[in-house]
Write a new protein. Sequence first.
Length: 353
Amino acid sequence: MSRYWSKVVAGLTPYVPGEQPKLPNLIKLNTNENPYGPSPRALAALRGEVGDTLRLYPDPNCDALKQSIAAFYQLNPAQVFIGNGSDEVLAHSFLALLKHDEPLLFPDITYSFYPVYCGLYGIEYRQVPLTESLEIRVDDYLQPNGGIIFPNPNAPTGRPLALAEIERLLRANAGSVVVVDEAYVDFGAESAVGLIARYPQLLVVHTLSKSRALAGLRVGYALGDAGLIEALNRVKDSFNSYPLGRFAIAGAAAAIDDRAYFEQICAKVIASRARLVSKLAALGMEVLPSAANFVFARHGQHSGAALAASLRERGIIVRHFKNPPRIEPFLRITVGSDAQCDALIAALSDILA
Ligand SMILES: Cc1ncc(COP(=O)(O)O)c(C=O)c1O
């Protein structure tokens, strides 16, 4: 705290990202990156950007990338907004669409950046408890609100919400924006993108960090009615007109265009998840049903903190949340390659023995 700080900064509680370790050789299963590399076509497009044109600003509207994304989802480019990682897209959504007089609703156990954006932008919010089995129950959201946001599948639980339930929520909630954060949807949940044409209050947010294996490039996007997208553009052009550089625009467009590679690596992660879940269960761990590229698992006899620390001693990092207390026993484990999952299982069986 310094006397030069603004009141706003003094009052912030910033998000704490998962560790990006400087030590080599750690098995990194803590931030839900993809174990496979980006599409070879994306890498070639990135190399193609190295040159004299870097002296010029990039396209502020990312038109070429918008075209690719719109074509992928059979939408119109005016229904696409692009940002520097989906975190930036979410931040703009909070300011543009979710800041109203009534409180914003989101689950009590969810992506922990949501309350941070509320703190930054002065947004009132109410956390809606997940059920006993750590599921989102739509009926709990049928109350006055200034907006609703949740990930599908939810993080860090990995549990999906059925599309019919999302549509039931949209039908009952026409007066405020519903943001579905589909960061992990490509690993097995049902996307709400197909509902955009019928529900002008629906915004669906995606990232290239997980299913396109491009966390290092920082690209995310939102899909929704052109009126919602226009609100996001107004915030973007009041903040940073050029959120994506030339590398990000070119690499992301090539990654979206390479549908075959995307489908292939998603299928591999899904197969590895099934294998990991059965091995964790064989060690006596309880694993929540996951539609994401991570699993949420606990062991009845050990605290989550102790398990995470023992794994770290063995060179494996996973994510552990101290709060709220009912998720303390859980570890959030990224689905790595089969070799990485096997190393995790070997370390866990050693710890549990
Ligand atoms: C639910 C959820 N939404 C959004 C993000 C942000 O992703 P990015 O900013 O890399 O696009 C994450 C990252 O882990 C996440 O878990």
